[in-house]
Design a protein around this ligand. Structure first.
Ligand SMILES: [Zn+2]
Length: 310
């Protein structure tokens, strides 16, 4: 599961969703977009944001609710996905019955109806009333590639959000591709020296080129985080490295790497000392991917034995 900021593109939609999350989020939402636009990732992230109990931006990715969402074990997130089959009236009745039951964990319950445009008209009619007047704790997310296939009465009860198809990231500077490839494949293998070699390929870059290199790295790790969801990669030129990264590092580490590359890109605005930036790039990425984390118990043990205070 990804945070809103890590989902590709759709900047205007992210602003609308954040605003709605801070105020009063609509209880029935229809999210539509072309096939392969990542609607499943968006539905999971929005549901996680609605169920999140952490502080700050939602989803916080760290609270108990977000962890359950990441492990797909949240009892108050109910997924209705019949694949290519028609969604029939019996399913709609079960949704209605389930919506009448209070949430298990917290104060909200989210239903995601995938391929909502495959609901037949009896199913849609059976859902109308609960969509119009849901219990106060219920939120419906409907995703559909062809929203026009839904009855007007269903559409009018939902707040509509439109997903743009993801755009493949153009690489305007092809000479960045080879160092990026060296850096990413070394990162997937956990080889710090190889990462340094790759990062050195950006050492002579000016500010704009260095920032473009960071965009390439950000896109590659995000592609890796989305590999399992079936989203097409935005950087097909680095698909091999992306798959290797997905196999080597957890989603949490991939997203921490995304944040590391984004930070370096922002730092380049004020500090364009590229050789130093490149060393920080490689060392920081290695640290995020492979350095063992010292937990509290280790820290206590070290102190007791006269070791360094952490
Ligand atoms: Zn949370």
């Amino acid at each position: 599961m990804l945070g809103l900021e890590h989902l590709p593109g759709n900047d205007a939609l992210k602003v609308s969703l954040r605003t709605a999350l801070h105020r009063r989020f609509p209880q029935a939402v229809l999210l539509s977009g072309p096939e392969g636009c990542g609607e499943s990732d968006w539905a999971h992230t929005i549901a996680a944001a609605l169920l999140c109990t952490g502080a700050g931006e939602h989803p916080c990715m760290t609270c108990a609710s977000c962890r359950k969402m990441a492990h797909q074990t949240h009892p108050d997130f109910i997924v209705i996905d019949e694949g290519d089959s028609e969604i029939k009236v019996d399913t709609a009745r079960r949704i209605r019955e389930e919506a009448a039951i209070l949430p298990n964990d917290g104060e909200r319950k989210v239903f995601w109806i995938a391929h909502a445009d495959r609901m037949n008209s009896s199913a849609q009619n059976a859902l109308l009333k609960v969509l119009e007047e849901p219990p106060r704790y219920v939120f419906f997310l409907l995703t559909a590639c062809q929203p026009g296939a839904l009855l007007q009465t269903i559409r009018s009860r939902c707040t509509l959000y439109q997903l743009e198809p993801p755009h493949t990231t153009p690489i305007d500077t092809p000479e960045l591709l080879e160092p990026a490839r060296i850096f990413l494949s070394a990162l997937a293998r956990g080889e710090e020296y190889g990462m340094l070699l790759g990062a050195n390929g950006f050492a002579k870059a000016n500010k704009a080129t260095f920032q473009q290199a960071m965009t390439i790295l950000c896109t590659a790790v995000r592609d890796a985080a989305l590999v399992s969801s079936g989203c097409p990669p935005l950087l097909p030129a680095l698909a091999t490295e992306t798959r290797a990264l997905a196999g080597a590092l957890t989603t949490a580490k991939l997203l921490a790497l995304y944040d590391h590359f984004s930070l370096l890109s922002r730092r380049a605005e004020v500090n364009a000392s590229s050789p130093i930036q490149c060393a920080v790039l490689a060392a920081g990425a290695y640290q995020i991917g492979y350095a063992p984390r010292l937990d509290v118990s280790t820290s206590k043990r070290l102190n007791k034995n006269g070791g360094n205070t952490i």
